[in-house]
Design a protein around this ligand. Structure first.
Ligand SMILES: C[S@@+](CC[C@H](N)C(=O)[O-])C[C@H]1O[C@@H](n2cnc3c(N)ncnc32)[C@H](O)[C@@H]1O
Length: 278
């Protein structure tokens, strides 16, 4: 197998959007090639929606061959005919641009980092509030605002804090300092507004990339992300977090690392909190 075909075959696992794009390109060539052949032979092209459905079917097959997860099959199948139907509505061009911009501002990391936006359930927040330890007596560093949490007050960090719901729920229930870091512009702006007008001075959200954020000094680091970053994130947590602090993952395991404790959430997505002591 050539290097290029091996790279293409691994693309579905490593860079799914790229693989999906290749699959659609290949599907379009197959479907429109067939359409031109039919037109040449019969003197009339097949209906456009049929050609687009053919593109979707071919893309689904190529995508699976490139290693895309099974849930890409309906996406690849439906995308070309749906795009055709929407184009028939004759909407002005700026509508597509506005939709694209809104999706980009919300799902900033979904393509590259493979971490989309969805939110912790109420059960997850309740369990977290119950699980948060009382701060161990091991002197915290000063935070960005020059405030040092008092003894007995925990320092909590939500990696990828979305709309800030987890930070706010915990700050309302427990003493301590509750920080969220979020890189997607729109969720960050909304969470900043929520936190600013919450009247909870112990809550804070910062805009940034959690890969560049030092995890030292936090008693609890919480991650509800996706399967993609977990192994690398756990290594970062092991390097940076202090002995005795807790790393809590919602639902997504760390490959090869058994948690010290698991708490079933019994929420609608049957999530679990996986807890490691560093
Ligand atoms: C599944 S949501 C979790 C939201 C929130 N923590 C909660 O539990 O409700 C993951 C969030 O992580 C954000 N995110 C992804 N990669 C990030 C990164 N490198 N730095 C900061 N935030 C990131 C996404 O934009 C998304 O809002």
């Amino acid at each position: 197998m050539s290097r290029i075909s091996a790279a293409l075959l691994s693309a579905g696992g490593d860079v799914p959007l790229f693989a999906a794009l290749i699959a659609q390109g290949a599907g379009a060539m197959a479907a429109f090639g067939t359409s031109f052949a039919v037109e040449y032979a019969l003197g009339a092209p097949p209906p456009l929606l049929l050609v687009l459905a053919g593109q979707g079917a071919a893309a689904a097959v190529v995508g699976a061959r490139l290693g895309l997860a099974p849930w890409w099959i309906p996406i690849n199948l439906a995308l070309p005919p749906s795009a055709g139907l929407v184009l028939m509505l004759g909407l002005p061009g700026w509508v597509y641009l506005a939709l694209f911009a809104a999706l980009l501002l919300f799902y900033w990391n979904a393509g590259r980092g493979r971490i989309p936006l969805y939110l912790s359930s109420r059960r997850a927040k309740e369990e977290l509030a119950r699980l948060l330890p009382v701060r161990p007596d091991r002197g915290a560093s000063f935070n960005a605002r020059g405030v040092k949490p008092a003894r007995g007050q925990v320092r909590f960090l939500d990696l990828g804090s979305g709309f800030g719901g987890t930070v706010l729920a915990l700050a309302a229930k427990r003493e301590g300092e509750f920080v969220g870091i979020e890189s997607a512009p729109l969720p960050f702006a909304l969470s900043w507004l929520r936190v600013t007008f919450s009247g909870l001075p112990q809550a804070r959200v910062v805009h940034g990339d959690f890969w560049k954020h030092d995890l030292a000094g936090y008693d609890v680091v919480y991650a509800f992300l996706s399967p993609a970053p977990m192994a690398e994130l756990f290594s970062k947590a092991r390097r940076e977090m202090s002995p005795g602090s807790l790393f809590i993952a919602n639902t997504f395991d760390v490959p090869g690392e058994t948690p010290e404790r698991t708490v079933a959430l019994e929420d609608w997505r049957q999530g679990r909190l996986l807890i490691w002591r560093m």
